[in-house]
Design a protein around this ligand. Sequence first.
Ligand SMILES: [Zn+2]
Length: 201
Amino acid sequence: MTGESGIGYLGVPRSATVSDAVSVNGWKIRNRGQSHYPEVYAILAATTMPFHGSEEDVVLWRADEDEFNASFSSAKTWSYLREKRCAVTWRKLTWFSEAVPRHAFMVCLDFRNRLYTEDRMRNWGIEQCCVLCGEKNETRDHLYFACPYSFTVWLQTAGKLFGNAISPEWNDNAVSLLQPARSRLDTVLRRMVFQMVLYSI
Ligand SMILES: [Zn+2]
């Protein structure tokens, strides 16, 4: 919290343990650091002072901001260190235990709109058409499934599972896939078929 200069202001050596910074009279910390690091002093004031010499120091593993454990957990440590972002709604359509990893990875690219479709390649000076139907404006939404060819594949493969809910619109299919189906097996099958068709196209 104080960086390099804090050691000088507080008068606590870098190698000090907690017991080195505590005496029977209170914290052995200089007062002149107070104006520079008010938050450090506020935390110390709010903390119950350890009784000098009452216990041996122990080493603990940090698992979260305020959680320290005697045993090491790689999952908790990774979770604490990693950069956290909001969960996206489509995660359930991408990563689930039955998913085929190479299909799931492709679907992840699809949801992030990172395929090399015409609308993105155009910025690099490359012009290409949909190889399935010849449409000039090839986009993610065209491929899945505004394209008459790919929609036929989608309909023939998943039509019976989806019934009336099957759609040529990317968003409509995503919304319908997020709804629970008649059974868990149906839900898993629908998501697997969706992934497999996206991957194959
Ligand atoms: Zn097409």
